[in-house]
Write a new protein. Structure first.
Length: 275
């Protein structure tokens, strides 16, 4: 299996160097096609303007966004040169999350910067918290501090639910490149370790039929999945964590579960998330 087409979502208002570097490495390893996307909307100031002055402000704001889009396209093409088999650029003046989620139909994987738990400008960047539950594609979240796609060790954060099963299937192209794969499951209460271990044995056996050798790990401690997964990731030297994304809607936002939000906000390693 491979990602025939990856899509990288660039931010208008922040650096994209780490994101482009990891995307280029992934394209080189999988010899795939890469689509670069960016979108933004001019957000007028809160004070009131009318008539000609108002229109001039809007025109200048949109012109600045177009200039920035041209810069991003140039950076994207330079970063993918000699790495991706084929490249394409798409951009628009519209809400970025909506645009990227819609364009994701053209890709197998969407690559996006992590948010570091920062408050992102929804007019300038398609944040991972929006995309992971809207795009309908697996999301590779790249923290700004990560400058290479470290596939020496990959950790699968297992929970026996559809999202985790989908995430493992979506991650097969990456898992096939990994030197070491660990499948970790955290028991939610005392005495649940044996049941989790049986689940992991099935996952490890399933992976073996795809030519992927993995080992299971069930810590003795139960509960606090974030703490235990962080510890296992550090112990195994994981460069990527694979997990299902969980959440519920509230007003117009998606509110994510603790593990999902932690993986989106942490800065130490990439995360592949599926919904």
């Amino acid at each position: 299996m491979t990602y025939a087409t990856a899509m990288v979502s660039l931010a208008v208002d922040q650096p994209n160097d780490a994101l482009l570097e990891v995307t280029g490495q992934l394209a080189g390893q999988l010899s795939g096609r890469v689509i670069g996307v960016a979108a933004a909307m001019f957000s007028p100031p809160m004070y009131f303007l009318d008539g000609t002055a108002s229109q001039r402000l809007i025109d200048e704001g949109e012109a600045a966004i177009r200039r920035r889009m041209a810069q991003l396209e140039g950076q994207f093409r330079a970063a993918m040169h000699g790495r991706a088999k084929d490249i394409e650029w798409r951009s628009a003046l519209e809400p970025p999350a909506r645009f990227v989620a819609r364009e994701a139909r053209a890709a197998d994987l969407v690559i996006v910067s992590g948010d570091g738990n920062a408050i992102l400008d929804p007019f300038a960047v398609a944040g991972p918290s929006d995309l992971v539950l809207q795009a309908g594609r697996p999301l590779l979240v790249v923290p700004a501090a990560v400058t290479w796609l470290d596939l020496r060790s990959v950790l699968i954060a297992w929970k026996d639910c559809p999202e985790a099963r989908r995430a493992v299937a979506d991650a097969l192209p990456l898992l096939g490149k990994a030197r070491e794969v660990t499948v970790a499951g955290i028991a939610e209460e005392e005495g649940g370790q044996a049941a989790v271990r049986r689940q992991l044995e099935d996952v490890v056996h399933w992976l073996s039929h795809h030519g992927i050798l993995a080992r299971a790990q069930v810590p003795e401690r139960c509960g606090n999945a974030v703490r235990e997964l962080d510890r296992i990731a550090a112990d195994t030297g994981a460069g990527v964590v694979v997990a299902g994304a969980y959440g519920r809607s509230r007003f117009r936002e998606w509110v994510l579960g603790g593990v999902t939000q932690h993986l989106i906000g942490q800065t130490a390693r990439c995360a592949l998330l599926s919904r």
